[in-house]
Design a protein around this ligand. Structure first.
Ligand code: X2X
Length: 327
């Protein structure tokens, strides 16, 4: 009887729909950021869209790549990670063209950013990333990266002289060198203790998405919103996984991704808009650069703009500058 019952159970199990499939999503900030909120939103929406067929488990702090934030994309590309939410600068070792987004002083405002992610520049980047095994579902936002430090206010390029700066990726090494700073590349997860212990003097990150939720104000005194570089997020899925989905499921993934990233952009911009007031309340000293100050930073970082434009390729840079400067 037992054997018969078991046989029956097995037969039944084969007829019923399989249980939820779990997908692993990796991102490289802590679980308090708008990155995490966007990832959680995607998980929630995808479960609802697919009637619980897909469950997304979110892993913060680049846990799935052993803490190496630059490795998540490559791992997603070969299917070792299903989904990745990361920013452009993190994939430049894999796809240097993605640095185009973050060229110093490329963008003057959010409208200019949105024209490129929604336009031909964004399409081109999606094509390039597909070539590395990653299907980009939607663009999100890390944001305009602002400089903080523990030494003194930054009002001019000269004030950067000799400051030990933690940076995320290769292009920012060059930009910091243009400014006479002393840059070093470091994982984001190691940055807070490095700032706390004075291993580095400063860092640069977006206010709403990272500086506030990761409490950078506890270990930094000065901030200058100099908007020197924009960093987009993208929600990507391993192309092998994407290609295995049927059309209906693809549409469900797309809808969940579009809504989740629209939400993530909205909350990041809101947090940034209110951010400087909050940072002042926390004891930070804010220097708001004048248009003349900004022009001086732009001029000083032009060598990096030119060097990286060459590396990225003139055609691609033109897609970005045309859309960034269109009205
Ligand atoms: O490492 C950083 O600075 C962060 C969190 O902004 C990125 O992932 C680029």
């Amino acid at each position: 009887f037992t054997r018969m019952a078991l046989g029956l159970t097995t037969a039944l199990a084969l007829c019923l729909p399989a249980g939820a499939e779990t997908l692993r999503l990796s991102h490289n900030t802590g679980d308090t950021t708008t990155w995490q909120q966007g990832a959680d939103k995607f998980a929630e929406l995808l479960a609802a869209e697919t009637g619980g067929e897909y469950e997304v488990r979110v892993f913060p702090n680049a846990q799935l790549s052993g803490g190496d934030q630059m490795k998540q994309a490559e791992m997603t590309g070969r299917g070792a990670i299903d989904l990745v939410l990361t920013s452009a600068i993190n994939v430049t070792p894999l796809a240097p063209e993605m640095a185009a987004f973050s060229l110093p002083y490329l963008y003057s405002d959010y409208d200019a950013v949105d024209r490129t992610t929604a336009g031909k520049a964004g399409d081109k980047m999606e094509e390039i990333m597909a070539g590395h095994g990653i299907h980009i579902l939607a663009w999100g936002e890390n944001g305009f990266r602002e400089v903080t430090n523990s030494k003194h206010p930054i009002k001019s390029p000269e004030d950067m002289n000799g400051l030990k700066m933690r940076v995320a990726g290769p292009m920012y090494i060059d930009v910091m060198n243009d400014l006479g700073a002393n840059p070093q590349q470091m994982q984001w997860t190691e940055t807070f203790p490095a700032l706390q212990q004075g291993v580095v003097d400063g860092q640069e990150n977006p206010i709403g998405a990272v500086i506030i939720p990761q409490r950078v104000y506890e270990v930094q005194k000065y901030i200058t919103p100099w908007h020197y570089s924009y960093d987009p997020l993208f929600l990507g899925i391993s192309k092998a996984k994407w290609d295995s989905l049927d059309d209906e499921t693809k549409a469900q993934f797309q809808k969940a991704a579009d809504e989740a990233m629209a939400y993530q952009i909205e909350i990041s911009r809101e947090a940034t808009a209110e951010g400087l007031e909050f940072l002042k309340e926390q004891g930070m000293e804010v220097y708001e650069p004048t248009p003349e100050d900004l022009a001086a930073f732009k001029e000083a970082t032009k060598p990096s703009f030119d060097k990286w434009s060459e590396q990225i390729g003139a055609d691609i840079v033109k897609l970005f500058t045309d859309e960034a400067n269109a009205e």
